[in-house]
Ligand binder design. Structure first.
Ligand code: PRX
Length: 645
């Protein structure tokens, strides 16, 4: 066992990228201002966040910025009253933003719908009124089980407007998973669609809701509202099911926004559950909007002319903070796309970028890796010159993927911002700004007002060049306000229990000699090879540096001599065959890249890897199959056949 409880780091990344001078001149936050923000946030963090709160509208201001008397149950802006939707919509229709595009939607068949801020405001008011007519009120939970449609955004905002609490469930979840999620949050109403387009097919959704509601949930859910998207035949249960168009048609008047306490719940959301059963995290109106608004504006340098495209599904936290609430708080134009990224072929994303003149493109490494496999000829088919900032989130991107994205999509000119955050954090926590120095694969450093550290198992900061557990050492405004459900309080406390006063993120990270942070993977996935503790990201990134490798997942398997040894699961790029020679070549490649510690015991070539529905690799599924251990909760697994296998 290692004496210090730190993580070893084998990789060295020496490449550094600087922003173009013009970009620095035009940035909303220039280097001097960033330094000033950092200084202010360090000396007076509450003053820093108070100024951020002052940029938004409140019905009543706070008695104090933070009440930490019952830590770790922190209360941000106690005494304040607000509604996040007022700040997303009402505030903008008093300004020149009234007639600006708030939302652009592209359907998979190529159809398109656009909403100005005023039009979105009107639609949200109508559906908010309809929800009230259906008996939904403040504090009631509404499950939104929807594909990416404008009505999904409208439903989120309509719930929040009347103080109801939305809980989104990704439309790829099965009836069983939907049922347990409806139960987890005790939903009164479900909003869904008849169906939607995905990969050239119509996926019917309403029958899945019907199945989920048979037995079990029928007692809590009174109504189901169905959006007519795919125009497929749909069974409607009299008295329970309503067409969206019918319920909004009756609503003519504005639905006033409910005045909420800052800490009142805005939404519930299940975590992705890569390393265990998902938790139901809650976020509130006040602190959440302050944190999301400030960090999104800082990181993405929002300008009045931007078209902001975050490709995440609405059902994840990224969909909440970076598709809906963040962009609308910032008064920018947000874009959503209904369908498959490769439909009808591998240039669809780039086609959309050029069609609407997208300026900021924010996505996940998984998607980039998938598109990389098709080659750079697809982005080359389109004019991507409107792009000015790129971003990623969700998994370690690794240098190879970073460089491909930077060069082939960003022309080597657009800053590529790797943002680290979580469902629990609500807002971006660690990220560069467009003016920052970048190292491919590093999330750089914490944003102003966010305090993080990398610690060993005793809670001491690790020396430079070493890795350890990533912790957040001070409360932040968009932090989860709790975990919903019977064990919720215990689950919430657990995140702060190991090192009192510090939030344990569950990730491992390294800090290099320049103070840059590198996320190394989930702490539960760390390998222990002959006393060397290694994060999965380092090994997987090194694999990806080989031209044959499209995707890699590494797990630890028991080994008589070393205690644990690394086993790799590899997806190959087109044109490569999984031969014994290639396996040996990859083992040699790893030794060369990372040294003898990174000896790979075996390599298995695969066509697919088990993933969550949000695209993260589920290493515990691979591991359970190797070791016979119980894989735990599998409701988030993307391919149901993997469960059986
Ligand atoms: O492991 C980290 C990884 O995603 C986890 C959070 O997942 P979720 O709650 O689904 O939220 C994802 C979107 C905010 C983290 O604990 N993760 C997130 N961003 C990064 C990342 N890993 C490496 N680099 C990132 N930029």
């Amino acid at each position: 066992m290692e004496p210090s409880g730190t993580l070893d780091s084998l990789a060295q990344e020496l490449r550094v990228f600087r922003p173009l001078p013009q970009l620095v001149v035009e940035a909303n936050v220039n280097p001097q201002e960033l330094t000033a923000y950092r200084r202010q946030a360090e000396h007076d963090p509450l003053g820093y966040w108070e100024e951020a709160a002052d940029e938004l509208d409140w019905y009543k201001k706070w008695d104090r910025v933070l009440d930490d008397s019952n830590a770790p149950f922190y209360r941000w802006f106690p005494g304040a009253r607000c509604n996040i939707v007022y700040n997303c919509l009402d505030r903008h229709i008093e300004t020149a933003n009234k007639n600006k595009l708030a939302l652009i939607w592209e359907g998979e068949p190529g159809d398109s719908r656009k909403f100005t801020y005023y039009e979105l405001y009107r639609e949200v008011n109508r559906f908010a009124g309809a929800l009230r007519t259906l008996g939904v009120g403040k504090g009631d939970r509404v499950v939104i089980y929807m594909p990416p449609l404008p009505e999904a955004v409208i439903a989120m905002l309509a719930c929040a407007r009347i103080g109801a609490v939305h809980a989104l469930v990704f439309a790829g979840f099965s009836a069983k998973a939907l049922r347990s999620r409806i139960r987890d949050v005790d939903a009164r109403l479900v909003v869904t669609a008849d169906g939607f387009y995905r990969n050239g097919q119509i996926i019917k959704l309403k029958p899945i809701v019907d199945e989920a509601l048979v037995g079990g949930c029928a007692d809590c859910v009174d109504s189901v509202v169905v959006v007519h998207r795919a125009k497929v035949e749909t069974d409607m249960q009299e008295g329970r099911d309503f067409w969206y168009d019918d319920v909004v048609r009756r609503e003519r008047r504005e639905a006033p926004a409910e005045v909420m306490e800052a800490g009142d719940p805005l939404f519930l959301l299940h975590t992705s559950g890569t390393t265990g059963a998902p938790k139901v995290v809650s976020h509130c109106h006040g602190g959440y909007m302050v944190g999301v608004n400030r960090t999104l504006n800082h990181v993405f340098d929002i300008k009045p002319t931007d078209i902001f495209w975050c490709t995440a599904d609405l059902g994840w936290i990224t969909g909440h903070s970076a598709v809906v609430y963040g962009p609308l708080l910032a008064g920018t134009t947000t874009l959503i796309y209904e369908g498959h990224p490769n439909y009808p072929q591998a240039d669809r994303m780039w086609h959309i970028v050029s069609k609407y003149g997208v300026t900021i493109f924010y996505t996940a490494p998984t998607l980039i890796r998938m598109l990389m496999r098709f080659g750079p000829q697809y982005p080359r088919m389109h004019d991507l010159s409107t792009l000015r900032i790129l971003g990623t989130v969700g998994e370690p991107i690794g240098p190879e993927t970073w460089l491909w994205f930077y060069r082939h999509i960003g022309r080597g000119e657009c800053p590529l911002l790797d943002t680290w955050w979580q469902t629990e954090t609500g807002m971006f926590m660690i990220s560069p700004l467009p003016i920052s120095l970048l190292k491919p694969g590093s999330v750089t450093r914490a944003l102003p007002g966010v305090a993080v550290d990398v610690v060993d198992r005793e809670g001491n900061s690790v020396p430079e060049g070493k890795g350890g557990l990533l912790v957040v050492t001070k409360p932040w405004p968009a932090m989860m306000t709790g975990v919903y459900g019977e064990d919720g309080e215990a689950q919430y406390r657990q995140a702060f229990a190991r090192f009192p006063g510090k939030y344990l993120a569950g990730d491992v990270a390294k800090r290099d000699e320049d103070g840059f942070l590198w996320i190394q993977g989930r702490a539960d996935d760390v390998l222990n090879i002959a006393g060397h503790r290694l994060g999965t990201a380092e090994l997987e990134n090194a694999f990806r540096a080989h031209p044959a490798v499209a995707e890699a997942a590494v797990i630890g398997v028991p080994d008589k001599i070393k205690g644990e040894a690394a086993k790799a699961f590899i997806i190959l790029n087109p044109g490569f065959a999984g031969t014994v020679e290639l396996m040996v070549e990859l083992q040699n490649h790893m030794r060369k890249e990372l040294g003898p510690v990174a000896a790979i015991k075996s390599v298995e070539f695969r066509d697919e890897l088990p993933r969550t529905k949000s695209g993260k690799i589920l290493r515990r599924v691979l591991k359970s199959r190797e070791t016979g251990e119980d894989p735990g909760d599998l409701s988030m697994l993307d391919d149901e056949s993997e469960q059986a296998g």
